[in-house]
Design a binder for this molecule. Structure first.
Ligand SMILES: NC(=O)CC[C@H](N)C(=O)O
Length: 317
């Protein structure tokens, strides 16, 4: 698609989204996220050729929350590899992201790395691998290695602390898994690691840049950064498609048709393999905790571009 068309398209979508009457609801269980301006809206589209298209609030940092689960899984796969699958499965959960019922009945083995229980196991794995003193630093360094300009890519310490003080459900999930022998480090350390990962702030521009390795089969944006293996990339994309939107993953696949990962900060990272890395941000959420207008914007974008992975490639006659 010509570059001017993408630029115009996202302008039009952003304009329509600005006046949308239904904007979803802000999450109240993480206090600072309830105070974000619900009218914020941004889109960043990074094409495979390196062109970046931005609109709206695409240069404003926001809390990436569960989008961080993509980087954590990538790191765990690149450092530990296949043994992680004895502690977390690769299946859709069909349950809310913070559900404890399924975890209990399945004896502390989470369905996938993108629900909270699975992400806590991944945080535990990173803690064991890098050590308590270095795991947080290593995680932030990895995320920074994926973006060109790292300014603003940081832990929001205040948000991480407030989630630590109020995240009783996550504490319950971690304790339940420790009871089943699937958490090895001390619970406070695991929770601190996990809440910090969730509390990273990034702009849509930086998020789209960070998805470059997923778009390009493992090649990253900056020259200094290591590349990620093609196998890890495919695994992460497959799980984003199947589990990236929790119990809304099926309808996201039907509407948008791209591997995507949402966060309760209102961001979504969606990947068109070989073609584009897309980040959208609108803080209001739908009933499954995924950005309402972010999903609507991606639906429009994919409809106009034919970028769904389920759309057959156009062949010249
Ligand atoms: N879906 C999300 O973004 C959830 C992340 C949030 N930090 C939590 O653990 O509840």
């Amino acid at each position: 698609m010509p570059q001017s068309d993408i630029a115009m398209l996202i302008e039009t979508i952003a304009l329509d989204m600005r006046s949308a009457p239904e904007r979803g609801v802000l999450p109240t269980y993480i206090p600072p996220l309830a105070d974000v301006d619900p009218d914020k809206f941004g889109i960043a589209v990074l094409e495979a050729n390196g062109r970046m298209h931005l609109t709206g609030d695409a240069n404003e940092p926001f809390s990436i929350q569960s989008i961080s689960k993509v980087y954590a899984l990538t790191m765990a796969l690149e450092t530990i590899g296949a043994p992680i699958w004895s502690r977390v499965r690769q299946e859709p959960s069909g349950n809310p992201f913070n559900s404890i019922m399924q975890l209990e009945s399945e004896r502390g083995i989470p369905r996938n790395p993108f629900i909270n229980a699975g992400a806590l196991v991944i945080s535990d794995i990173l803690l064991s691998h890098f050590g308590a003193a270095d795991a947080r630093r290593a995680f932030l360094a990895f995320v920074r290695s994926l973006v060109a300009k790292t300014s603003g890519v940081r832990y929001d310490e205040s948000l991480a602390r407030q989630e630590y003080e109020t995240g009783f459900r996550n504490a319950a999930l971690a304790n339940d898994m420790r009871n089943f022998g699937n958490i090895q480090n001390l619970i406070p350390s695991v929770l601190r690691q996990y809440f910090h990962q969730c509390a990273i702030t990034m702009t849509c521009r930086q998020l789209a840049e960070s998805g470059r390795f997923l778009m390009m089969g493992g090649r990253v944006a900056t020259e200094t950064a290591q590349s990620v293996s093609a196998r890890t990339t495919q695994t992460v994309l497959a799980l984003m498609m199947l589990c990236g939107h929790y119990d809304g993953s099926g309808s996201f696949a039907v509407q948008v048709g791209l591997p995507g990962k949402s966060g309760v900060g209102g961001g979504i990272l969606a990947i068109v393999p070989g073609i584009a890395s897309i980040a959208v941000w609108s803080p209001g959420l739908n009933a499954q905790g995924n950005s309402l207008l972010g999903t609507a914007a991606l639906t429009r974008l994919v409809h106009a571009t034919g970028w769904s992975v389920f759309t057959p490639p156009r062949h010249e006659a």
